[in-house]
Write a protein that binds this ligand. Structure first.
Ligand code: NAD
Length: 259
């Protein structure tokens, strides 16, 4: 699909930008003209994404991307990220996609407390820390508008065997998204959630083939999704094309679990 250049002169932050969906989002936002901050706990993979980003669509101000390390589960690390962005660009990002996430699957009867804690710390608390820090800097700067995009999951709505920690964290992300939308609309900040189904990334590469085959057979469109297909929706939510949408969850699932 041809990129409509909807994000020229915008600054965008993408957490989890070093891999999978986050990397595809960085690439799509850059193609649309944004300057992108690729943030990830893995500096190496963030830099790899950085090297793949387009630079020719920035308009008069040009386009400058950076890669920064962050652990979204730690408040000091997230605050350091926001300070780092301020030092690089002298403004906060008006687009923020919170895509960092992990899994640590096990059946409920066996799940260790530390695996519940870690998954909720990264997926849910990490999303909270990023949303809070970015919103604070947007409000303080007097920026007229912002678009925050969170990444939930369809399994946060329907549950999934072996993912009690993950599904709880993703259901939490959706609730947080709606509250953020209600509280921050008065500052011109929108907040929406994408709910991917099963997307081919390093995260799902870990799932056994026979499980993938079973899931794929349940998808009306008959296949797993591509990271770029989630990124396309994030670009829409980042842009003014979605200006009257806030607090929404958009399923990107090929029809999995509809109805
Ligand atoms: P991925 O493993 O390819 O990418 C996740 C990225 O997050 C990695 O680069 C990783 O280094 C980074 N990360 C992990 N912990 C971090 C931390 N503490 N701080 C900063 N960065 C951290 O996975 P993906 O499939 O691209 O997943 C991206 C998001 O989409 C996640 O939130 C995931 O839960 C969600 N999601 C994925 C699918 C899917 O099918 N792949 C489905 C629904 C939702």
């Amino acid at each position: 699909m041809a990129a409509p250049y909807r994000l020229i002169s915008r600054l965008a932050l993408v957490t989890g930008g070093g891999s999978g969906i986050g990397r595809a989002v960085c690439q799509r936002l850059a193609i649309e003209g944004a300057s992108v901050v690729v943030a990830d706990v893995s500096e190496e993979s963030a830099n790899e994404t950085l090297r793949s980003l387009a630079t020719g669509a920035g308009g008069a101000g040009g386009q400058r991307h950076v890669a920064l390390r962050v652990d979204v589960s730690l408040k000091e690390s997230v605050e350091g990220l926001v300070t780092g962005i301020q030092c690089e660009y002298f403004r906060p990002p008006c687009v923020c996609v919170s895509a960092a996430g992990i899994t640590a699957d096990d059946f409920l009867l066996r799940m260790e407390e530390r695996h519940f804690d870690r998954v909720t710390q990264v997926n849910l608390k990490g999303t909270f820390l990023v949303i809070q820090a970015i919103s604070r800097s947007l409000v303080a700067s007097g920026a007229p508008k912002g678009s925050i995009i969170t990444v939930g999951s369809i399994v946060g709505k329907v549950g999934n065997v072996g993912q009690g920690n993950y599904t709880a964290s993703k259901a939490g992300v959706e609730g947080l998204t709606r509250t953020t939308a209600k509280e921050l609309s008065k500052f011109g900040i929108r907040c929406n959630c994408v709910l991917p189904g099963f997307i081919s990334t390093p995260m799902t590469d870990k799932v056994p083939h026979k499980v993938i085959d079973k899931i794929t057979s349940m998808v009306p469109q008959g296949r797993m999704g591509e990271p770029a297909e989630v990124a396309d929706v994030c670009a829409f939510l980042a842009s003014d094309d979605s200006r009257y949408i806030t607090g929404a969850s958009i399923e990107v699932t090929g029809g999995l679990f509809i109805g």
